[in-house]
Design a protein around this ligand. Structure first.
Ligand code: NAI
Length: 673
């Protein structure tokens, strides 16, 4: 091997003590991801190293964003067929095998993200060091995209840390901090940044025996025990995900059960399995959802609006939690309410949230310091953004915004969290009505990723972009929607919930209705969801929507609310509750009606069609994204419009026509079909 090559994505430096340093710095990209070109260049570098014979090799990143965030997901969408997928995966496996077989010791020096393919590259090194920094995250999140590790991860991780811990990481896709990774043995050391050079050099010079699992954690991988443990894992998994919806984690268990005693065969089977999964519907839909999420994040990059101070008015369920969330995200927040008690309760809830999420006492203290009670509303004059979340009353909101406009900075963004009042009805009282936008958060704020950014007829488009930027700033996904009854999410959800209530009134047991929905892939059945949201709130939204859009509100809902049966919060709704958990009969003895699922899901899809026709949301992709992140709609189906396309539009419309004949006008297909 003669002249040295120059590389596009990698940099090789000769360090002291004959140690070669490989820096990954993927060209024209903020993050390191493993595309074909990066892997091909690594192969060429390995060839050079085989020839140069350094005493040791360190692989690390030249980017501040982290080590390697994963494989290139974009490449998964360009695969022609399973054979193509198999070839791609086998090629990467071959390069990683070559790295593992190198004559000298190798260290992966990890800071920031080390995920998916990046983690698999690190696993092919003899040693791993993680820099103890809050940004360091190690994991194999492939199942979240409907696939599993494919560059040797399923083969190398179990012998390293034992099958129970390895399976837990691969089946959940969760990531580990540097310290946690060192504790389970994924990395050899977690060290502060200042020690990274000496830690890497020491490992390469001393060459301790590489980490390998010992004791009972190793025994469970022996032939006779594997089927037993695999059975237990499957049963545990089945409680969380159905195999027909999410086949990838089941495939991980099967690979390990069948092939763990023969790494070479297992490597090949890993490739066969991942190539099959990646071309399947679940992975293709989840990959699509991943890109939709990226698109929503991109909506938050159109404006350079950045809030430092936020003032929230109304410290109830929503306002209190919005204020707490913003302070947790690093903003200075003032929280105004008419009542000291309400603010006190909101601050108490914030403390609970910070304890759970931030853990560290100093971080909790700092977040609490950023959240200040403000009965007099002094924060209004200094805020970059003012969010109103007082009770749902037009006159009260109008009155409040008049006062706010007079006190606020001229360029402060004004936002309402109303869920049903048209924006125009509130903004009409302002000197400049174009200043008001809607920021519609969902309950519970700390869990729901979506925020609808509501555009009134007069809203200034640049301020809608600013609202999206703010949403992104606080780690949420923005969805621009038109001001119209129920906006997007509540409007589409409501007919589905109402249909479930009608079914229940007809005598179909609640538990069967919920089972049909979860079998379809909903995270929670509609009856339990209605109980959880509160039947009074459901009734209120249903009444507003029926006034504006027509349709009946089921009598049963009214009578239950009148009788004080409000759902989980009152201890009884459609279900009775014990310690906050619904008591569900396991066997109802009644077979469900054949059209049960169709009746619920097709009302959902039909309303989605109506929203598209009315331009409530810009296009089908954004509708799917909003519905997945706003309602949890079966992500593996890629959203209601993707589901419609996959089933065939004509076929679904025919089913709606049929339901209309059977059950009446509420199933009339929308004109957009
Ligand atoms: P809430 O009743 O829990 O809280 C409202 C708070 O506003 C009360 O603490 C009240 O003291 C305070 N308030 C009323 N007038 C005020 C004034 N002039 N100045 C200062 N404080 C005042 O109500 P919630 O549920 O938090 O709803 C607030 C807004 O958020 C409503 O517009 C609602 O439609 C909307 N929303 C509610 C959701 C929910 O699930 N509860 C979801 C999304 C939006």
């Amino acid at each position: 091997m003669g002249e040295k090559k120059s590389y596009q994505h990698w940099r090789k430096e000769q360090g002291r003590d004959e140690i070669a340093w490989l820096y990954l710095d993927r060209a024209e990209s903020k993050t390191n991801i493993l595309c074909r070109a990066v892997i091909e260049e690594l192969d060429e570098l390995l060839e050079e190293l085989e020839y140069d014979k350094p005493a040791g090799v360190v692989i690390t990143s030249a980017k501040s964003s982290g080590f390697i965030a994963g494989a290139d997901i974009g490449e998964f969408t360009t695969l022609k067929d399973q054979d193509d997928g198999f070839a791609l995966v086998r090629r990467a496996q071959g390069v990683f095998d070559r790295l593992e077989a190198l004559h000298c010791p190798t260290v992966a020096l990890i800071q920031g993200f080390c995920l998916g393919g990046g983690m698999e590259l690190a696993l092919a090194c003899r040693y791993r060091i993680a820099i103890d920094d809050p940004k360091t995250k190690l994991g194999l999140p492939e199942v979240k995209l409907g696939i599993h590790p494919g560059f040797g991860g399923t083969v190398r991780l179990p012998p390293l840390i034992g099958a129970p811990a390895a399976m837990d990481l691969m089946l959940t896709g969760r990531s580990l901090s540097a310290k946690a990774a060192a504790k389970v043995g994924v990395v050899d050391h977690a060290v502060p940044e200042r020690h990274k050079l000496s830690a890497a050099t020491q490992l390469l010079q001393q060459q301790p025996t590489p980490q390998k699992v010992k004791g009972w954690k190793a025994w469970v991988s022996y032939g006779l025990l594997r089927p037993l443990l695999a059975g237990m894992m499957r049963r545990k998994l089945a409680k969380k995900a159905r195999q027909e919806h999410y086949p990838a984690p089941y495939a991980v268990i099967e690979l390990w059960e069948k092939y763990a005693s023969d790494p070479k065969v297992m490597m090949k089977e890993e490739a066969v399995s991942v190539a099959r999964l990646v071309m399947g519907d679940t992975a293709q839909n989840l990959i699509r959802v991943f890109f939709l999420q990226e698109r929503m994040k991109g909506l938050g990059s159109k404006s350079d609006f950045k809030a430092e101070r936020v003032h929230v008015i109304g410290g109830g369920v929503m306002g209190g939690d919005i204020a707490a969330w913003c302070a947790m995200q690093g903003l200075q927040v003032t929280l105004q309410d008419r009542s000291h008690e309400v603010i006190g309760r909101a601050i108490g809830r914030a403390h609970g949230l910070y304890k759970k999420k931030l853990k560290h006492p100093l971080k909790i203290r700092d977040a609490m310091d950023r959240l200040r009670p403000d009965i007099e509303g002094r924060g209004i004059a200094e805020a970059d953004l003012i969010i109103e979340a007082i009770f749902e009353n037009v006159e009260a909101k109008q009155q409040l915004f008049k006062e706010v406009e007079a006190k606020a900075k001229p360029d402060a963004l004004l936002a309402t969290n109303t869920s049903s009042i048209p924006l125009e009805a509130i903004s009409g009282v302002l000197d400049d009505p174009s200043r008001l936008i809607g920021l519609h958060f969902f309950n519970p704020v700390a869990q729901m990723q979506l925020v609808e950014v509501v555009r009134g007829a007069e809203s200034n488009e640049a301020l809608i972009d600013a609202g999206c930027a703010f949403t992104k700033q606080i780690g949420r996904l923005p969805l621009p929607v038109k001001s119209s009854p129920g906006f997007l999410v509540n409007r589409i959800l409501m007919p589905y919930l109402i249909e479930a209530v009608i079914l229940e009134s007809e005598g179909v047991p609640a538990v069967l209705i919920d089972q049909a929905a979860t079998k379809f892939g909903m995270p929670m059945g509609p009856i339990e969801l209605a109980d959880t949201v509160g039947l009074d709130i459901c009734l209120h939204v249903a009444e507003i929507l029926s006034q504006e859009l027509g349709g009946e509100v089921p009598e049963k809902l009214r009578s239950m609310v009148a009788a004080g049966q409000l759902g989980r919060k009152s201890g009884e709704g459609f279900y009775k509750y014990k310690k906050g958990k619904p008591l569900k009969p396991s066997d109802t003895g009644t077979p469900p009606p054949d059209d049960l699922t169709d009746r619920m899901i097709l009302r959902f899809v039909n309303e989605a069609m109506a929203c598209l026709r009315e331009g409530v949301v810009e296009d089908e992709d954004l509708l799917d994204a909003g519905i997945i992140f706003g309602t949890g709609f079966a992500p593996f189906r890629g959203g209601p419009m993707n589901y419609t396309a996959k089933c065939g539009r004509d076929q679904l419309k025919q089913r709606l026509d049929h339901l209309q004949q059977e059950h009446g006008e509420r199933f009339t297909p929308d004109a957009r079909w």
